[in-house]
Design a protein around this ligand. Structure first.
Ligand code: E4P
Length: 215
């Protein structure tokens, strides 16, 4: 499973990028609003840091024509921009057009396997099932990852699954085990993945023992 970072914060993107583990970035309107910046300017900044991995930029229009216009403009910012489209009837039409234009797409707000299958058949590059939001309402987000992965495997579908709305390290481990191609993860969770008390204790012990060698 590859790692994307789920943020519009430039410092966080730079920090994750420096770790050498980053394959892309996802943003959404709420994440951009949190930053209080101009969306297109921020996309230019992000794509100057992440020059090859996919950078998802979400359209706001709800009709296919509007989505296509907005998406074309966003896609012109950099070659690695992926147009994020909500999972609706109009969204599917827009995804088909983007696919014909060779513009990559990420169909967002996926909450069922049928939605994922439809998005894939419309030509989506990525689908984003939102695990955390399903868990929030008492459903099993990880079960959805397994279902989508199985269906895509059985039908030889090349659309990649982005495990999204990830809240904690267990979501990452389980998404990877269940066949998500990508996890889009907040920086806080990336840092949680790194740390382990036995690693910290091990480093401390090695340093203490090294001190005894007087080197
Ligand atoms: C994914 O692309 C979304 O930006 C994101 O994962 C949503 O997560 P949330 O449920 O924490 O807002």
């Amino acid at each position: 499973m590859k790692f994307f970072i789920d943020t519009a914060n430039l410092d966080e993107i730079k920090e994750a990028h420096e770790l050498g583990i980053l394959s892309g970035v996802t943003t959404n309107p709420s994440l951009v609003a949190k930053e209080g910046v101009n969306f297109q300017d921020r996309l230019k900044e992000i794509t100057s840091v992440v020059t090859s991995g996919s950078v998802s930029a979400e359209v706001i229009a709800l009709d296919a024509k509007g989505m296509i216009e907005e998406g074309k403009e966003l896609a012109s910012i950099a070659p690695n921009i992926t147009i994020k489209v909500p999972m609706t009837l109009e969204g599917l039409k827009a995804v088909k057009t983007f696919s014909d234009l060779n513009i990559s797409t990420n169909v967002t707000l996926i909450f069922s396997a049928n939605q994922a299958l439809l998005a894939a058949r419309a030509g989506a590059t990525y689908v984003s099932p939102f695990l955390g939001r399903l868990d929030d309402i008492g459903h099993n987000g990880l079960e959805l990852i397994s279902q989508i992965a199985e269906i895509f495997e059985v039908h030889d579908i090349s659309t990649e699954i982005i495990a999204a709305s990830i809240r904690h390290p267990q979501h990452v481990t389980e998404s990877a085990a269940r066949g998500a191609h990508i996890g889009t993860v907040p920086l806080k969770v990336i840092k949680q993945l790194v740390s382990h008390p036995l690693t910290d204790a091990g480093i401390e012990k090695f340093l203490q023992d090294w001190d005894k060698t007087n080197q």
